[in-house]
Structure formats: structure tokens, C-alpha cells
Design a protein around this ligand. Structure first.
Ligand code: SIN
Ligand code: FE2
Length: 206
């Protein structure tokens, strides 16, 4: 059941059933074996994010002290191309994005129990007509979404394992972040934690 929770924000609780979550988890295990989680650092300060990341797709989002936020075709540590985006995620994009061209990047965020992600906009892409499609696995994350201005009012929604959320149209450049993880809320990931997958179109689709 899809719910519009703010202009351009569609929330689909339980989008992936348990079997689909388990299959995706197992696929992600293989992806992470090939493209290990790395610790991105903040532009200029070099402060590490509390979230560990990797990517799949032709392009991946990375950040470090000297190069800043950017997309690149290779893993920053191994130098290898990113693994392909799993079929289940390509299918979710076809189902939810309402956009003709395929996604080019799938950012994989891993949150331990203490990790969070400050309010930010996804603005390193060139194509803002395409939405950002997000999928959550594992422990619940408290997601906050506001407007295009940092000062705009925000609302929060708890994203549980299997939930999808789409930021489209007026919400494509909305501020959003993860306030906290609610530990021990899912049995999907041995050892706990949360995985969030965001599918993005990076280059302009012509
Ligand atoms: C992100 O903004 O990249 C991740 C959001 C989330 O973890 O739900
Ligand atoms: Fe984001």
C-alpha cells in the first residue's frame, strides 16, 4: 500500500516481503565480498561518516577529504568497477520510479546501532527529473524528511525492513537524514544493523 506522506514523498511499508528481503540480503553479501564496505570521510575536514558504504551499478557515490562528494565508476579502495545492480532492485526501480531510463548508481549504506546520517540533499546528480528510490533492510531507522530549504518543517517516519520510500518531483531535492537506528528491531541481519539502498539516476537521460 503506497502512502503519500508529503508532496513528492511516497512511503511503501512492507514493499519487500520477508522472502524478498532474505534474497536481497544474500545478494548483498556477495556484492560486499566483491566491493567491501568503506568508511567515507567528509570533504575538507576528513571526519569519517558513522555510516559505512559501498555501491553497485556503473557509478558509485563516494566522499573523501580531498575529492569531496562525487560519483565514480570504481571502488575507492580496490580500484575495481562496482558490481552490477541486482535484478530485484532494477525491478523495484521499474515499478516505482516512473522514469524511462535505468538507475546508474545504487548506494549501499550500512548503519551500526550508533550510526546516523545528518540532514542533507541528494544533489550530486545531474538528473533531477528522476526520483531517488530507497529500500531498507534490517533494523528500523528513524528517517526525517523536510523541504528544499533546511529550515522547512520536517516529519519523521520509521523505516522498517522491507519498506520502500520514493523522493520524487518536489521532494527530489528535499532535505532528509536518519536520526537514529532502533536496535534489535529485525532478525534479518545476523549481528544487527541497518542497510539502506538508494537507487539514483546520475547522468542526464536524453
Ligand atoms: C541516504 O540519504 O543516503 C540514506 C537514507 C537512509 O538511510 O534511509
Ligand atoms: Fe540521501
Amino acid at each position: 500500500m503506497a502512502m503519500t506522506i508529503a508532496d513528492g514523498v511516497t512511503y511503501l511499508p512492507g514493499y519487500l516481503d520477508r522472502a524478498a528481503q532474505e534474497a536481497l540480503r544474500d545478494t548483498l553479501r556477495k556484492i560486499v565480498a566483491e566491493a567491501p564496505l568503506f568508511a567515507p570521510t567528509m570533504p575538507r575536514t576528513g571526519k569519517p561518516f558513522s555510516v559505512k558504504m559501498t555501491n553497485c551499478g556503473p557509478l558509485g557515490w563516494v566522499s573523501d577529504k580531498d575529492g569531496g562528494y562525487r560519483y565514480q565508476p570504481t571502488h575507492p579502495v580496490t580500484g575495481q568497477p562496482w558490481p552490477a545492480i541486482p535484478d530485484a532492485l532494477m525491478a523495484a526501480w521499474s515499478d516505482l520510479a516512473d522514469f524511462d531510463a535505468p538507475p546508474e548508481a545504487c548506494l549501499i549504506n550500512f548503519y551500526g546501532p550508533k550510526a546516523r546520517m545528518g540532514l542533507h540533499k541528494d544533489s550530486d546528480e545531474e538528473e533531477f527529473a528522476a526520483p531517488v528510490v530507497s529500500m531498507s533492510l534490517g533494523d528500523t531507522g528513524v528517517f526525517r524528511v523536510g523541504g528544499q530549504e533546511r529550515k522547512a518543517p520536517t516529519r519523521s517516519v520509521k523505516l522498517s525492513s522491507g519498506d520502500a520510500i520514493v523522493l520524487a518531483g518536489p521532494a527530489r531535492l528535499a532535505y532528509h537524514g536518519i536520526d537514529r537506528i532502533v536496535p534489535d528491531t529485525s532478525t534479518l541481519l545476523k549481528g544487527g544493523g541497518r542497510i539502506n539502498l538508494t537507487l539514483r539516476r546520475v547522468t542526464e537521460a536524453v
